[in-house]
Ligand binder design. Sequence first.
Ligand code: SF4
Length: 395
Amino acid sequence: MARKFLLTSFDYVRPKDPNISLASSSIMAYLKTAFDSKETSKTLSLHCRQYNVKNAALEKLSARVMQDIKELKPDIIATGVPKYIVLGGPQITYNLKGTLEKFYPYGDFFIRGDTDAGSKSIYNLSELPSPLLTPGLVGHSGFVRWETKRGCPFECAFCQHKDSYEKRLKCSPSRITDEQTWIVQNQIKDISIVDPIFNSGGQEEYLQTLNGFLKFGYTGRLNMQARFEMIKAPFLQLCSQLQENGVQVELEFGIQTIIKKESQVIRRMNNLKAVVKSANELHARSIPFEVSLIYGLPEQTLDSFRSSLEWVKTFVKPTVIRAWPLMLLKGTSLYDMKNVYNLREKMLDEDLEELDKSRQYKGIPHVVESSSFTETEWDQMKSVALSINSENLNP
Ligand code: SF4
């Protein structure tokens, strides 16, 4: 009898998300391709379950997982009481070497880095099978998260991406073209590109991707994260052409702070002149864009947060402004500097989702105090942030 392999994932699932996350579908595509065509398919059957952590009480979630395990009786569970448990994902990747057994005593195997690449040295994302093109994997209702490359060339101190240009993985032009064809044929009308910075890592390639959407006649929403300083005229021209062809282009930019001292600590310097120049060009072309800031940064004060916000409102004038509270993520350099800036974290127990439906706060530790601000001042920053976020939600 075939041994059963169960891939479980614990995701924050938003209402329009496909039935399986991009990460899980990439892993399943790899496994299906590796095992379906071989003898092993007779000895290994593949299963996948996604659990939504949004507002889920731990007891309820555990009960659901246990029920699925009892029903399926898998031999191997890969996740994030069977024979082997394989753990992967950011929580595993960014824990220090030698500490995984302490944090995850029930894990038998750990995979750091791209789980769908396994232990192989992958240089081209196209060496991995496409989750969209692997039959029967992705069920959707018109929305997909899509990737053309992984990794980010920047090293912001609060962010878990630290890949450098050398470690970036790219999809080949042919895989991108095939997936765009699939997207149009399957009448997808809403795409979030998950590349950390879409307009980076080879202008020719990302312009070709945008051209592909024109060529295949895509119409629908196209959301991308971009960097102001890297905006070039051909990129803007293509965004305009896409808009003329009925594509709802949406760009997102992270500025985080405009204060030099704070920027230096978080290693996120902005060239403010270039930011304003690109913002003006976007306005001239009526291309909508969102800007986000962070509050609770080391060296930040209530006044400096307000200054960043006012500067963005006055000089950048984005369609939408967001401000998010700082979280300390394992493996980041800010996490290691916690004591230098006396960063104190607190598990938020209030449900702020009434005001902000796109993020979860409850049960997640956030920095609420540092050498430069008190918790009372952080509360005030939070109120300012929630008021601008709710303004955006109700334009
Ligand atoms: S915050 Fe954005 S720009 Fe900075 S390292 Fe992370 S993905 Fe890259």
